[in-house]
Design a protein around this ligand. Structure first.
Ligand SMILES: [Zn+2]
Length: 145
């Protein structure tokens, strides 16, 4: 019995999974012995099923997501650090004014001096975070275009 290539190709997945009858298997093997096209078809089936290949497109999409996520994280981080340093600077500034300065009876001026450089450090931190934030945001926008 001679089967057409079309019938054989329909049966190939079954043959590959070894779920078709012995008779069918024999017929398929017989056909494959002298039909290279169907043999190629079987090879294709094997490579498709054995190696679930991730397409280039999928890889690119995943890469884009990961870089986008990283950038979002950087933006969120600089935003957070901007907020924290601004808050800390304000707290120190307020604390400095609340504590205030007083002149002791012997004439020495008592001030919470330590707070001044701390305020400057936080202001500096705030400026750096602000710059970083805008740099990340700009890069982000460029990449999204
Ligand atoms: Zn064939």
């Amino acid at each position: 019995m001679k089967l057409s290539c079309e019938v054989i190709r329909d049966l190939l997945p079954l043959y590959y999974d070894k779920v078709c009858s012995k008779e069918s298997s024999l017929l398929i093997e017989e056909h494959l012995a002298d039909c290279n096209q169907c043999l190629d078809e079987l090879e294709k089936l094997k490579t498709c099923l054995e190696k679930p290949t991730i397409s280039e497109e999928n890889i690119q999409v995943m890469k884009n997501i990961s870089t986008k996520w990283k950038k979002d994280k950087m933006i969120a981080f600089s935003k957070g650090s901007m907020f924290v340093s601004a808050l800390a600077a304000i707290i120190c500034f307020v604390a400095y004014n609340v504590i205030g300065s007083e002149v002791l009876p012997d004439g020495t001026l008592v001030e919470p001096f330590a707070l001044i450089p701390i305020v400057y450090i936080f202001i500096l931190m705030f400026i750096i975070s602000l710059i970083c934030y805008f740099i990340f945001l700009k890069k982000h926008k460029i990449n999204n275009k």
